[in-house]
Write a protein that binds this ligand. Sequence first.
Ligand code: NAD
Length: 245
Amino acid sequence: MEHHTVLITGASRGIGAAAARLFAEQGWDVALGYQTKKAEAEALAAQLAALGVRAMAVGADVADAAQVDAMFAAVEGQLGPVDVLVNNAGIAQIGLFTDLTEEQWDRVMDVNCKGVYLCCRRALPAMIAAHRGSIINLSSMWGQVGASCEVAYSAAKAAVIGLTKALAKEVGPSGIRVNCVAPGVIATDMNAALTAEDIAALEEETPLCRIGTAQEAAQAILWLAGEKSAFVTGQVLAPNGGIVV
Ligand code: NAD
């Protein structure tokens, strides 16, 4: 098989870790971005390497341009050019809009939105030179329809959809695809604060009557990365059980 390398940000756990496993199972070399969870990311890299692929853990705050640059340099040095970038790192912020501080607003926008910009900016010159590449950005159903008490998160995830569509148009002629995955409610640490009643209410709202797994969100990422989606760009794929249609 042709050699492929994927860089996934926020890959120490949750959807990013599930995606890393799926890519490795398909024979991809995998770079696992992490912010603070070095030991977890390195343990996962060791598990993936046992599948016979090359895997590495690499630290960076995606909101920091210098750290993003160093992350890409480390990946390129160890694994070669990044063929697929998965901008998965994200943070949620729950609370009344009237209580949202300027610092909280800035951090949510910086991680969820500016981080996507910084990683795309760093990845694209090599992809354009190679005339190939695929970028998958994690949005959310809340970026599509808005969530009460998650205004900053909803705004950032909506911006990711706008960025994806515009960038897809701009770099399509250079042979690069850019798409979004907008999951519904997925059982990860991001939703750890939800109570059993909250989950039950969300399940009731969902046509498929349950919340999703990290692996189900990861399958959408894998599909958008590979040849099976070769004619798909600028799209928002929503593994969400039908909660938003
Ligand atoms: P998670 O909290 O388990 O994982 C998020 C990952 O991002 C973590 O590994 C975290 O360390 C990393 N991260 C956070 N800030 C970072 C930073 N500044 N730099 C680098 N890494 C950073 O959550 P998850 O559910 O796996 O979320 C993955 C993506 O999917 C996020 O973008 C999230 O917004 C999106 N999403 C999740 C859900 C859901 O229901 N879980 C729904 C829709 C969208």
